[in-house]
Design a protein around this ligand. Structure first.
Ligand code: COI
Length: 356
């Protein structure tokens, strides 16, 4: 066991799996790198954290997480710059959001040191796992689960915070076919929609499989009261360009995840003097814009998805095919800009990245 001063205890794998990994054929989230970060919380405080070989956990079947779902997570990526540095995109924002989710789910905050320094040290050890190439990155999944062995419904007294990583390509390959959901709901006001809680994703799986049977990749969730207003896609936030205006559902109502890619794209749109409207946007408004040809672009934005253009939108019984996304100005420009910041070929004027 190697202990590096001022850092975390490290136990390295005896033999790396990196050379056995097919980096030419990466899918999202299927392969995991050699090491993981793990820290335990008990009796009101965090204990020691360590980096160890990626492995299965030994955990009580009575753990709260299995029964009452106290589980939250984050998603971010490490890239390799053209100079060979490791680039992390806005990890501080993921840390802040994790702790907001923790508050809503009655879980302890994760210390910044664990999140940022743990992440950096883990990625540094597994730096050979960061793939090179367009749309390739090391996807990073920090998560927090409740592992007190107790079947009463109350906040757990024990937790595990972990970080695992996975060399990956983008979540969607090509343009995405989305369908407006008008029966099931992802989140309601006062619920947990703004938290990155595992339960939000669990609730989305059945409705998403129904849409997949009809040939769609993903749903566009609408508000739980009337199914009239567009919220998000579950795997990503959503944006439209209509008549030159960038329109995205406002996150004020606590039913939508406050996406970090979403916030970054809004900052770019502002810099480029685009008119931005963060507000409620109805399905009828999008339909009208499709019909009168004022819908110029429609796309999802998220860490895993990056910027995912929509090719089709299903509304009610009808399917609407959108224009060729290769001709879309804003989303392609924003994607190029973000890609270049992540590769270090564009000046990082907003201080979004950490490089090491
Ligand atoms: C991410 O974009 O990092 C996410 O967490 C979405 C996930 C469901 C793939």
């Amino acid at each position: 066991m190697e202990v590096v001063e001022n850092t975390f205890e490290v136990e390295r794998v005896k033999k790396s799996k990196v050379t056995e990994t097919d980096f030419g054929n990466l899918q999202f989230g299927r392969v995991f790198s050699d090491h993981m970060f793990i820290a335990e919380y008990a009796d009101g405080k965090w204990g020691k954290a360590k980096i160890q070989p990626y492995q299965n956990l030994s955990i009580s079947p009575a753990s709260c997480v299995f029964h009452y779902g106290q589980a939250i997570f984050e998603g971010l990526k490490a890239y390799r710059s053209t100079k060979g540095e490791i680039v992390l995109f806005r990890p501080d924002q993921n840390h802040l959001r994790l702790n907001k989710s923790a508050l809503r789910m009655c879980m302890p905050e994760v210390p910044k040191h664990f999140f940022i320094e743990g992440l950096k040290q883990l990625i540094d050890i597994d730096r050979n796992w960061i793939p090179e190439g367009d749309d390739l990155s090391l996807y990073i999944r920090p998560f927090l689960i409740a592992d007190e062995a107790f079947l009463g419904v109350k906040p757990s007294s024990r937790y595990k915070f972990m970080i695992i990583t996975s060399p990956t390509s983008t979540y969607y390959t090509g343009a995405v076919k989305v369908k407006v959901e008008n029966h099931y709901s992802r989140a309601c006001q006062g619920g947990i929609g703004a938290a990155k809680a595992a339960a939000n994703y669990a609730a989305s799986i059945f409705p998403a499989t129904q849409a997949q049977k009809q040939g769609y990749h993903q749903l566009i969730w609408t508000d739980a009261n009337e199914h009239k207003y567009i919220e998000e896609c579950g795997t990503m936030n959503i944006m439209f360009v209509i008549n030159g205006n960038l329109i995205t559902p406002s996150i004020e109502r606590d039913t939508i995840l406050p996406g970090i890619t979403r916030a970054s794209i809004l900052q770019l749109a502002k810099k480029w003097n685009m008119n931005i409207e963060e507000r409620r946007i109805s399905v009828d408004e999008v339909l009208a814009a499709i019909k009168n040809n004022s819908l110029e672009e429609a796309f999802g934005v998220g860490t895993a998805a990056t910027i995912a253009p929509f090719s089709n939108i299903g509304i009610g019984e009808n399917d609407y095919e959108l224009s060729d996304f290769n001709t879309w100005k804003f989303s392609n420009k924003a994607k190029d800009y973000l890609d270049q910041v992540k590769r270090g070929t564009q000046e990082d004027e907003f201080n979004w990245t950490i490089k090491f």
